[in-house]
Ligand binder design. Structure first.
Ligand SMILES: [Fe+2]
Length: 408
């Protein structure tokens, strides 16, 4: 439980806010490259600011300030009609990286990009997409750093054939076994969780101790300030930012990264466009239609009764907390250790900025950000006594075979 004042401090992101000042010290996903195919300017609502992407004759992207918008327009909707740029308003640098347009809304020079796998992989091995969630960004992030939730929220009562799992999360086999991930998550729902502070954020290790002295090791990451990097399948990882549109809406932006074959972008895009409405990437299953909840499905097939797309499960869970989760009434437990450590990091960063010490923030200051690689993110099954080195070796083996330079 935290005070209302503290909850406001860590959730609110508009200009002049404490958490907003932290987020503004990092590149923020602002749009998908897919959104640049139509006419400019492209409206963007980001960190409570009403902006638009413009492109000059040389092709350089800039995020400009927008004016004369109808006041009643919901902030996440793309405006119809003319977009008017405020010539006097702030302008922010914007660059395309791997299917995402990133913008820097902070003071001083923008930082370098870290050499994460999602940025190092060639364009053929990445695919980017986004989706709207109608809630504050922090609760969206916090579900992503809770390794226990997958065993319940994403529980599948029957296992699909993993060969049909392309492009979907938790449908692969676990590590190098024939056991579907869905079975591991279902049968071992209470992981032992370890959290280590890293230069990029947090490394979260979830250990599911199985039979025969075997342990399933799942390594996921919190990348400061508002991203996660998690395994999707043996072949792909997910790097996902939870980007505030304003205090009560956010987009998840994901770069899917493949260590093996080129990504089938058309298939990945088609899968996701079936679940989302353009132009604002709002999910077709949402609060207004009860997320297509089906009690018969809940009895026979899934924990939520809301279909097989795990994004919908997460969306229901985080939107169900209300526009901004009331943390004055929450009860954190032992499985929330990563959430507790993350909030500590965020509060420390807020304090550093209040002291004028931006160099104390993760990946800012004297560190060579471009030397930060990985992060390691994978599932492995190991001898219980040897899980740490076995997990590391599994990731190194995958990187050694990778057709692009994924060395760490
Ligand atoms: Fe989830």
């Amino acid at each position: 439980m935290i005070s209302q004042q503290l909850n406001d401090q860590i959730t609110r992101v508009g200009p002049g806010t404490a958490a907003g000042a932290v987020l503004r010290r990092y590149w923020q996903p602002a749009a998908l490259s897919d959104q640049l195919r139509g006419s400019f300017p492209v409206p963007v609502n980001l960190l409570g600011e009403r902006l638009a992407l413009v492109r000059d004759d040389a092709g350089t992207l800039t995020l400009a300030t927008r004016v004369s918008d109808p006041a009643e327009t919901p902030t996440h909707h793309h405006d119809s009609g003319d977009i008017v740029i405020d010539g006097e308003g702030p302008r922010y640098p914007a660059v395309e990286r791997k299917g995402v347009v990133f913008a820097y809304l902070g003071p001083d020079a923008a930082p370098a990009f870290p050499s994460f796998d999602c940025f190092r992989a060639p364009d053929s091995h990445v695919f980017a997409f986004k989706g709207l969630w109608e809630c504050n960004w922090l609760q969206a992030l916090e579900i992503g750093i809770d390794p226990a939730h997958a065993s319940f929220l994403h529980r599948f009562l029957e296992d699909e054939d993993p060969d049909d799992g392309y492009g979907k999360q938790f449908r692969d086999r676990a590590a190098d076994t024939n056991m579907p991930m869905t079975q591991v998550l279902r049968e071992y729902p209470r992981p032992e969780i370890k959290v280590d502070e890293m230069d990029y954020g947090l490394r979260i290790t979830a250990l599911r101790h199985m039979e025969n002295e075997l342990t399933h090791v799942r390594i996921t990451n919190q990348i400061f300030p508002e991203a996660i990097c998690i395994p999707m399948s043996r072949e792909m990882t997910i790097t996902q930012w939870h980007v505030p549109i304003d205090d009560e809406h956010c987009y998840w932006f994901t770069i899917f990264t493949s260590f093996q074959k080129p990504v089938d972008k058309d298939r990945m895009r088609d899968q996701r466009l079936q679940e989302h409405r353009l132009p604002d990437y709002a999910p077709i299953k949402n609060r207004s239609n009860s997320y297509h909840y089906d009690p018969a499905e809940q009895t026979a097939l899934t924990y939520t009764g809301m279909g097989l797309d795990i994004n919908v499960h997460d969306q229901w869970a985080v939107e169900g907390m209300g526009p901004i989760q009331d943390r004055t009434r929450e009860h954190l437990g032992r499985s929330d250790v990563a959430i507790i450590k993350y909030r500590r990091m965020l509060r420390r960063a807020i304090g550093s900025l209040e002291d004028g010490a931006v160099e104390d923030l993760p990946m800012r200051g004297a560190v060579d950000v471009s030397a930060i690689r990985g992060p390691l993110s994978n599932d492995a099954i190991a001898s219980t006594g040897d899980w740490s080195s076995a997990s590391f070796a599994a990731d190194m083996a995958r990187r050694a075979e990778c057709p692009w330079d994924a060395s760490v």
